[in-house]
Design a protein around this ligand. Sequence first.
Ligand code: E4P
Length: 218
Amino acid sequence: MQIFLDTADTDEIRQRMQAGLVDGVTTNPSLIAKSGANILERIEAICAVVDGPVSAEVVATDLDGMLKEGRRLREIAGNVVVKLPLTQAGLACCARFAEEDIPTNVTLCFSLNQALMAAKANATFISPFVGRVEDAGGDGIELLHKIRAVYDAFGYETQILAASLRSTAHVEAAALAGCDAATLPPKIFDQLASHPQTDSGLETFLSDWKASGGASFV
Ligand code: E4P
């Protein structure tokens, strides 16, 4: 499963690129606004440190505006993925970009039917919002399973990008649902490789080694 960081903070991204575990980045207008940066400059800065897909979202709501903004975002770098809202105009833009081989991430997906429409529009990625589905009292993980089942049944190649993930349990559930990718806030990413028993086990190994007079062997 590909792991993307869901942030527009270049420092947060840079710090986490070194281990080679981050496959890409997703941003949205709220995250760009929070960074206080110009969107074009910020996406360019992110693409300078990330080779994988970097989702950059349009803010126009009409087809013509989305086409213009999407093409402008794509001028920044070859790894920019144009993020489009799951609206009629967004789907029309997605279908047009698919014909032009422009990668897309259709966002704000809350239902199986919406995911079906995005696949029919040949989206590269569909982003079901797990946390926000749960905020509204629904089952976000069940939605991921349903999308996986339907995409597999019909052979749709749109990749499922689990989004709005709020916990490490969400990440495990996305993997078990067979999602192609998951995007998560840096603080959740940082917890993925941690376990208290790893920490205590290592502490014991090292204290045993020290007690036996173990010295450096390099
Ligand atoms: C991803 O593409 C979305 O921007 C993001 O995951 C939304 O997460 P939130 O619901 O926690 O804001």
